[in-house]
Design a protein around this ligand. Structure first.
Ligand code: NAD
Length: 299
């Protein structure tokens, strides 16, 4: 892997973090977004990352400033990818936006450029054709707060050439990630393939009135030694996200229990402003939730 110039397309929540993390590890990074307003927002967002890197990674002022100086900003796609070895796509999670983006990108990117998508829920094979270079296209999926939650799920689609898969694994490591290879397409990658059914099973115990969140979490924590139970994790994910996933599933399957769960999440949590950790209350009250009290696991 001898990548030098990286372009990050889409400079929102994740794109800003990916761009800064990549620059922090010494790469030249071009940030592309649709217009100057979006780029101004990205600059503000990225500047706010500097103190986070200083606090969480003990980075020095010189290091965080030097990383920022390795970024350049473009609203012209051809300019942004002129000499790119790699384009990391982090545009909104909408099929039509991504397809349109890849068609435009394919028309202006050099032949050598490898493309990766950071999509959370869509599969790379949905866009492989639009990229015009399916063999040089795959998924590279980061987690929010990338500098701390440093997983990078690297996922092939059937047409990805292994040499580019290997290069992306190497690149992910070079920007401080733990690279996690997925050799086959899997909706939800590894993490959400485990987490979504786990959280769903816990919520089903609640909606069927088998038990309450504290008891369910306590069972899991004592039996497995895990630091958080499913309802504590749901508070981190956010109840709104849990509700959206449940409602989509209820509508798609017509399953009554999912519908009941969606109603419960809305009535008892969302309508009461209990959205999880971000609002100070969800299934637990923060900053001192009961599951973190010394006696919680004792009785
Ligand atoms: P976001 O809405 O914060 O940012 C999207 C950015 O893309 C905006 O700056 C917007 O101006 C820009 N944009 C819109 N249309 C564009 C186009 N045609 N070309 C270039 N840029 C365009 O979204 P986000 O949360 O950063 O998510 C981006 C991608 O990252 C999605 O695929 C999402 O699934 C994935 N992702 C998000 C998270 C997360 O926690 N937010 C985590 C992992 C992966």
């Amino acid at each position: 892997m001898n990548y030098k110039n990286i372009t990050v397309a889409g400079s929102g929540v994740l794109g800003s973090q990916i761009a800064y993390q990549t620059a922090f590890h010494g790469f030249q990074v071009s940030v592309y977004d649709i217009n100057d307003e979006a780029l101004e927002l990205a600059k503000e967002r990225i500047k706010k990352l500097k103190p986070r890197y200083q606090e969480d990674l003990k980075a020095t002022q010189e290091e965080v400033d030097a990383a920022y100086d390795r970024l350049s900003f473009y609203s012209d796609l051809a300019e942004a990818v002129k000499d790119a070895d790699l384009v990391i796509e982090a545009v909104p999670e909408r099929v039509e936006i991504k397809v349109d983006f890849y068609k435009k990108l394919a028309a202006v990117a050099p032949d050598k450029t490898v493309f990766v998508t950071n999509s959370s829920t869509l599969l790379p094979s949905q866009f492989a054709e639009a990229t015009g270079r399916p063999e040089k296209f795959l998924a590279l999926h980061f987690a929010n707060e990338i500098w701390k939650n440093n997983t990078a799920e690297v996922m092939k689609h059937p047409g990805t050439d292994m040499q580019y898969f290997d290069q992306i694994i190497e690149f992910a490591k070079a920007i401080g990630m733990v690279a996690l290879p997925l050799y086959k397409e899997q909706p939800g990658y590894i993490l959400n393939s485990l987490l979504v059914p786990f959280l769903e099973a816990a919520q089903m115990l609640l909606v069927k009135e088998v038990s309450d969140p504290e008891t369910i979490d306590k069972t899991w924590m004592i039996a497995t030694g895990a630091p958080l139970g499913p309802f504590a994790i749901l508070d981190v994910v956010g109840i709104r996200t849990a509700y959206n996933i449940t409602l989509a599933k209820a509508e798609a399957t017509g399953n009554e229990e999912f519908m009941k769960l969606a109603e419960l999440l809305k009535r008892e949590y969302i309508d009461k402003g209990k959205l999880g950790r971000e609002t100070g209350e969800g299934f637990y009250k923060y900053p001192n939730p009961s599951f973190a009290q010394p006696g919680f696991l004792k009785g």
